[in-house]
Ligand binder design. Structure first.
Ligand code: ADP
Ligand code: G6P
Length: 361
């Protein structure tokens, strides 16, 4: 849809390493914007859930920042640098494109083809009310950061990352454990140097760690939504009582869970010198429907009606993380993004009404 009068797109940034669940997360976000109507546009095939690099609906456009790679795969063989290295990314073009889209202009965006490792012919991207840039480097360039209205970082701890990789590359693709370990080791220095430092710029960090409930358990996850306070148009989700410290073990009759059980917490902390509210869920639940028991005790969920968070979880029940805090926190983040958009759109409408009234007077 064409942008309404006076409406400027909001820009959402999502940073994460590849293979950390960005596609799944994006599906939760776009589905809150009516992502069912999403149609494919352009070429390349993503390596995980996305069919194309750019996913477009009437409301939202998702741009994969791999499209701004400086070199194709062959070029990186010659440069000897990984795609994680900021020297392999075209930040000027990225900035120009995000700025243009935010000004309501279309752009010709390159396409990085993940299958061939080639840079394909550019595609035209039209501005939509919500522009999401996701990938390795959304917060590296200060000019791009200044254009972003809300920034998210998916922080998957090394132990969990290894587990997910084993699950996918060893169990599903037949790679050896040695080769998986070697590829993680090879990426680590560049990950530490170029990706991880972006955490400090994020408004909302989803941290995924091994459970605290049983030291032997390597599969169960503890998930923390680290929510920055004082971000315009964003009110962190809380448990029971805003600003308090709470650990809660929900009644097993109302929220049944497999061993080692489930624990929810809410804390006030500091993160890179900023005040944050942290919502935690450690453990899995058996039935998504029962999540409404947790939801009923949360505040600032940005839902439109009672139970909407649980309903959104049910609608994507088959996606990874739908039985634990990864799905819950991603859904809450998606709702926060929708609310941010609604508030900005309302403010823009008010401003344009005032302009009309002033012109008429
Ligand atoms: P990305 O888009 O960042 O490359 P994907 O969304 O394709 O990542 O996820 C990569 C893999 O990680 C999935 O195939 C899945 O095995 C695993 N994964 C992602 N999110 C979760 C989750 N919340 N819980 C368990 N496994 C997950
Ligand atoms: C990262 C980037 C991808 C790139 C991959 C492998 O995950 O996000 O765009 O394709 O690294 O890099 P390679 O040099 O093997 O293509």
């Amino acid at each position: 849809q064409a942008l309404a009068e006076g409406v400027t797109p909001i820009v959402i940034g999502l940073a994460a390493d590849s293979g950390c669940g960005k596609s799944t997360f994006m599906r939760r976000v776009t589905s809150t914007f009516g992502g069912d109507q999403c149609g494919p546009l352009g070429g390349g095939f993503g390596n995980g859930g996305w069919e194309t690099n750019t996913l477009v609906s009437d409301m939202a456009t998702v741009i994969c920042l791999d499209d701004y790679h400086l070199n194709d795969r062959g070029g990186r063989k010659i440069s000897g640098l990984t795609a994680l290295n900021t020297a392999e990314q075209k930040f000027d073009l990225m900035y120009e494109h995000v700025r243009a889209l935010k000004e309501g202009k279309s752009v010709m965006k390159p396409i990085y083809n993940h299958v061939n490792g080639t840079l394909d012919a550019p595609e035209k991207i039209e501005p939509t009310p919500v522009i999401i840039i996701e990938g390795l480097h959304p917060f590296v360039d200060e000019r791009v950061r200044d254009l972003i209205d809300f920034s998210l970082y998916l922080d998957i701890s090394p132990a969990v990352k290894l587990n997910w990789k084993i699950q996918r590359d060893m169990e599903e693709r037949g790679h050896s454990l040695e080769s998986i370990l070697a590829s993680i080791e090879a990426r680590k220095p560049d990950f530490d140097a170029y990706i991880e430092p972006q955490k400090q710029f994020a408004d909302y960090i989803i941290e995924v760690l091994p459970t605290d409930l049983d030291p032997e358990d390597k599969k169960t996850l503890k998930v923390r939504a680290i929510q920055r306070k004082g971000v315009p148009d964003f009110s962190p989700t809380y448990l029971f009582d805003e600003g308090s410290e709470i650990t809660w073990i929900p009644s097993a009759d109302k929220l049944s869970s497999p061993a080692p059980g489930i624990k929810v917490a809410y804390r006030q902390e500091e993160y890179f010198g900023n005040d944050v509210a942290v919502l935690e869920m450690d453990g899995n639940f058996d039935n998504i429907q029962e999540l409404v028991y947790v939801e009923s005790n949360l505040g600032n969920t940005n839902s439109k009606f009672y139970g909407e968070v649980t309903q959104a979880m049910l609608s994507l029940a088959d996606s990874p993380g739908s039985n634990n805090g990864t799905g819950l926190m991603q859904t809450l983040a998606a709702f926060a993004i929708r609310e941010l958009y609604n508030k900005k759109a309302a403010a823009a409408k008010l401003a344009s009404n005032k302009k009309v009234a002033a012109a008429a007077a």
